[in-house]
Design a protein. Structure first.
Length: 94
């Protein structure tokens, strides 16, 4: 359904993004996948989604799509939930 008002589309996109982000956070266990993590992250905004098997798209772009598309990305690229500090540690050597 096309939106007559662009602001309505932005609000709808943001709501879908937030709903999918929360759902994926819960689906992936709600805690950092790094076993040695000691950062005590508990809130959704403390986490990133990390592709461990290649990267096709940034997760923030995928979150606007259907849940089926999100789950395909998670399964195809072995996406893990990781706290932002551990995520920085992983990528600082790249």
């Amino acid at each position: 359904m096309p939106y007559k008002n662009p602001e309505d589309k932005r609000k709808n996109d943001r709501a879908r993004y937030e709903m999918h982000r929360r759902r994926l956070f819960e689906y992936l266990g709600g805690k950092c996948c790094v076993s040695a993590c000691n950062h005590n992250a508990t809130e959704l905004h403390h986490f990133d989604f990390h592709h461990t098997n290649g990267k096709s798209n940034h997760m923030h772009h995928i979150m606007k799509h259907s849940w089926k598309t999100i789950m395909k990305e998670v399964e195809d690229h072995d996406v893990k939930l990781i706290c932002v500090m551990c995520h920085r540690d992983i990528h600082k050597h790249e």
